[in-house]
Design a protein around this ligand. Structure first.
Ligand SMILES: Cc1cc2nc3c(=O)[nH]c(=O)nc-3n(C[C@H](O)[C@H](O)[C@H](O)COP(=O)(O)OP(=O)(O)OC[C@H]3O[C@@H](n4cnc5c(N)ncnc54)[C@H](O)[C@@H]3O)c2cc1C
Length: 401
């Protein structure tokens, strides 16, 4: 089906990414995700070097920047392949939140910030994070936030409390969203994005938050963080003062395509595990699990859902490329909740089909079930996207609010 969207550039590349994962990553991924992640940093580093040597590293960046130079549609399809392993995006340096920060800094950071932070990030020498959500306020309506950045001479002094700062543990810097003009009548012009190096004495990583029994570490973690009289140069501002929400929107558009295609990759791997189990698990001397109609129905439904999800996302990516993110707003909302739902259903069915084995850590399924439940919450909870899509549709029928 993806042949529809294959470009000449992508044709030879997709099998190369697939081969790399099959040979280098699938054999070791389960071992890596079931032990403390820092123990495997040297392995990740070595795999990144191999990816560079094979000219597959950073598929989203231009060759001048050390990448492969794929456009959004092409990268989306690579993202699906990489999504089949929990380590895929990290090894190829196109993992969230770094990829979002790269895109943001590329467009809006000063030359100096690019030299100091963006270039090592693109090269895979450092990691970064993004601190916007606060525990005390509804993240789904981020105009409400208490973190402030007050200008004192040539510095901002930042004070605030954030959480779910993904992968802050071990990161080199964060981009923080802070209120710079709390009195602006337009709430969308009150906040700005500022880069904070994490060795700043005013920054504190309070804890890695335990999620379903696992706090994780390093790349696989979500931190609660504090900024206390955290002083950074005014030159660390990204874009203009008051542009924070506009930049956040710019950061999220392509990000949703990346996530959705990664989720489709997860679905494909779970589907593969599911079919393999159905075809080999004996119920008795005469029957395999896959000979039960209910299992066959699950397999058929999952296949249809995954195919539909992929077409929807690639269509959205196509529209974004042709007409821009604003024109594709409704499609972006649609894929965000639709694909997250397909992901949850596919994982749940794959686990059910594996029986007790499905909830052990002997397959990838339980890791994904735990780590990807957030898909329905981050980058806009499902409900927010559904409401915004329905409103846009109903507007055409004369219902204004
Ligand atoms: C795995 C994961 C990673 C994350 N990474 C980051 C990160 O790196 N940086 C960062 O800043 N943040 C991050 N977040 C935070 C994320 O952006 C917020 O969780 C999200 O914006 C929702 O905010 P909230 O958790 O405060 O939920 P709330 O805003 O309190 O909403 C709770 C629930 O209410 C419902 N709801 C909310 N609004 C509406 C509405 N208008 N209509 C109907 N129902 C509604 C939804 O069901 C929603 O799930 C991450 C979250 C997760 C789960």
């Amino acid at each position: 089906m993806t042949e529809l969207f294959l470009t000449e550039k992508l044709k030879p590349l997709l099998p190369q990414y697939q081969d790399f994962l099959k040979k280098e990553v699938y054999p070791i991924e389960l071992g890596i995700i079931t032990r403390p992640f820092r123990q495997s940093l040297s392995i990740i580093k070595a795999l990144r070097e191999k990816a560079k040597a094979q000219k597959l590293f950073a598929p989203h960046l231009s060759p001048k920047e050390g990448g492969v130079g794929l456009n959004l549609m092409e990268f989306a399809q690579v993202s699906e392949v990489l999504g089949t392993s929990p380590l895929g995006h990290l090894i190829f340096n196109c993992n969230a939140p770094d990829i979002g920060n790269m895109e943001l800094m590329h467009q809006f950071a000063s030359a100096d910030l690019k030299n100091k932070y963006l270039h090592p990030l693109m090269n895979g020498d450092i990691r970064s994070c993004f601190a916007m959500t606060e525990p005390e306020f509804a993240g789904s309506n981020p105009v409400n936030m208490a973190t402030t950045a007050v200008r004192e001479g040539e510095h901002y002094v930042i004070n605030g409390h954030k959480w779910f700062t993904t992968a802050a543990d071990g990161a080199n810097f964060t981009i923080v969203m802070a209120v710079t003009d709390g009195r602006n009548v337009n709430p969308y012009l009150r906040a700005s994005m500022i880069l904070v190096p994490l060795d700043n004495p005013g920054f504190e990583l309070a804890r890695n938050i335990s999620i379903m029994g696992d706090a994780g570490e390093d790349y696989f973690s979500h931190a609660e963080v504090r900024f206390t009289n955290c002083k950074v140069p005014v030159a660390n501002l990204i874009g203009e003062e008051g542009q924070g929400f506009a930049l956040a929107q710019a950061r999220l558009g392509p990000g949703r395509i990346h996530h959705c295609m990664r989720w489709i990759g997860i679905c494909e791997r779970a589907f593969d595990l599911m079919c393999h189990r159905a075809a080999t698990r004996k119920l008795n001397d005469h029957q395999f699990l896959g000979q039960q109609q209910i299992i066959q129905a699950w397999i058929a439904e999952c296949r249809a859902n995954i195919n539909a999800a992929r077409l929807m996302v690639l269509h959205t990516a196509h529209k974004m490329e042709k007409e821009g993110a604003k024109a594709a707003k409704e499609e972006i909302s649609t894929i965000k909740f639709f694909v997250a739902d397909v992901l949850m259903k596919t994982l749940d069915r794959a686990i059910q089909l594996h029986g007790a084995l499905g909830i052990t850590d002997d397959t990838l399924l339980s890791f994904w079930y735990r780590h990807e439940r957030g898909a329905r919450i981050y980058d806009g909870p499902d409900e927010v996207h559904k409401v915004s899509l329905a409103k846009a549709i109903l507007k055409n029928y004369g219902l204004e609010k």
